[in-house]
Design a protein. Structure first.
Length: 120
């Protein structure tokens, strides 16, 4: 993580800090957009994909759909798993820069349903 000035008071803070320790403003490094898209494919197409961002349940995504959220800039962990007990889950971390929009595409392995991540 990078050290940046707070957008309110100028205190040096981490770009991923949820609040400024000096002035208390939320998202002192600014905001960013994170979009998680599920690929449209036949394999696992009828099975919803569970999604967690930073251990927070974001719900499920069906093929061809996405979840979009505003996040603090910094590193965020995305975890996914098909709603079938025998499929493996997976997780990967992505850096989302301040003021930017990061799209993470998630497809599933045709062999075991494990998620495959790629960023745009």
């Amino acid at each position: 993580m990078a050290m940046i000035p707070c957008r309110e008071c100028g205190e040096t803070i981490s770009d991923g800090a949820p609040t400024c320790p000096k002035c208390g403003i939320p998202s002192p490094g600014g905001q960013a957009r994170l979009e998680i898209k599920r690929a449209s494919r036949l394999m696992g197409a009828l099975v919803p994909l569970n999604v967690w961002v930073d251990s927070n349940d974001m719900g499920t995504i069906s093929p061809g759909n996405s979840i979009s959220l505003t996040v603090a800039p910094g590193v965020h962990r995305i975890e996914c798993q098909l709603l079938q007990g025998h499929n493996k889950g997976g997780a990967e971390e992505f850096h989302v820069p301040a003021g930017k929009h990061l799209t993470v595409n998630v497809s599933t392995s045709k062999w075991n349903g494990a998620p495959i991540f790629s960023a745009e």
